[in-house]
Write a protein that binds this ligand. Sequence first.
Ligand code: GLN
Length: 516
Amino acid sequence: MPNIDTMTARQIAAGVADGAFSAVEITRSALDAIAAREPEVQAFLQVTPELALEAAERVDAARASGEELPPLAGVPFAVKDNMNLKGTRTTCASRMLETYESPYTATCVSRMLAAGCIPVGKANMDEFAFGSSTDSSAFHPTNNPWDVARVPGGSSGGSAAAVAAGMVPLALGSDTGGSIRQPASFCGVVGLKPTYGTVSRYGVVAFGSSLDQVGPFGRTVEDVALAMDALVAGGHDQYDSTSQDVAPQFAAAARAGIEEKRVGIIPAFMEAEGLTAEVRRAVEEAARALEAAGAELVDVDLPHLDAAIAAYYVIGPAEAFSNLARFDGVRYGYQEPGCTTLAAQSSLSRAHGFGAEAKRRQMLGAYLLSSGIYDKYYYAAQKARTLITEDYARAYEQVDVILMPAAPRTAFKHGEISDPTQMYLSDMYTISINIAGNGGMTVPLGVGEESGLPVAAQLVAPAFKDERLIAFGSALERAVAATPGAWAAGVADAEHDGRLGAPCAPAFAGKGGELA
Ligand code: GLN
């Protein structure tokens, strides 16, 4: 019998459309998998069986009445908890929004629903998306399905872990500096951050408004492409003025060849301090695999990349400070009881509603935007941003995509990194892409020979050419599947039915969630 953790989104949609099983049956399989695995993984802040079964029944009724089903009808998915979904709380994993009921549904979520997807729950995250571990969630940490002593990465760690543990084939995340791509790398799944403006952020709680983008996680590049097609269907969203009227054909790009295309390598990135030998070797091997598939490797130089992390930790906190000002206990958020003045109420609500990292970012942002300081840092960061964006534009005159690591190392243990600046380095390979605004995608490369944990590469494409990520990602995925031993024991050993794409974490494969 089919089982949620061995099926891709495409296979599920096909099975439902053909009547091989019903949407309710596959939804129950997902809910069973969640019940069986959540005690160990803790990917969710809220599981939504009623919403899920209602949506599944609608799909089954539509099929029974002979209606044409939307492309992802019956496919269970998870929603990061900074996205509104009517009928759920949207907490951003913060005490500040612990009781906040979504007043409406975010456009990205409603487009997945319009494509027929089934919402099974709200996924854990770092508080307000500040972080790279999901340990800063105010409610509980999430465990990496490959080794539950380790973090899943962050901030979209719950979304990545839910996919890696085989609970759902698709999940939505948001990425301001790496929050889709770094957890995808730690959990061994595919994660795509599209070009800024591709997916509407209406209904997504803002962190850094000039950086935030929404994107999908999946276990195959094709599934991620199908989710992207759903997310851009309808084009521009009138409720998000930054959303562009673009509708690339993502799924079709999975079949495009990469012969005679050029892949850029940034030598400085491959030698960078902090990059572990096993990740480096895997990415080098990925480069050779793309070459074997017909692409040409070209070294490119992006001279201002060194400034990216510093620029991000000015622009990000400055924008976060202004976005989070609304959580004052009056307009939004936790309200401290018993205060006699408005000033006390606002400051105590904020003191008790926000966790340590959220406070650190806002204090940094307040300082950076203060007079005298603003000119020195904020202005300098904006200049660096322009230079980095121009660096990428110049590189794309020579190459079609760039290949680099997604994260410098594999998943670390809970509590292993306590110094915030060390944590910030987790995103050394992802941040410059948000700064420049273009798209990037993490492609799993099996497990590293030293750590036994997932390792990954990141593909980066010019702005609004994200379909190239799908084409090159598919080529890479085929290479990994064709020679699993060369990459990692894990890919060959894990329960894997021969389909392309990353297996779910071995400990969870086939455990619960079988379709009865
Ligand atoms: N880890 C980065 C940060 O803490 C990125 C977070 C994100 O992309 N939301 O800012």
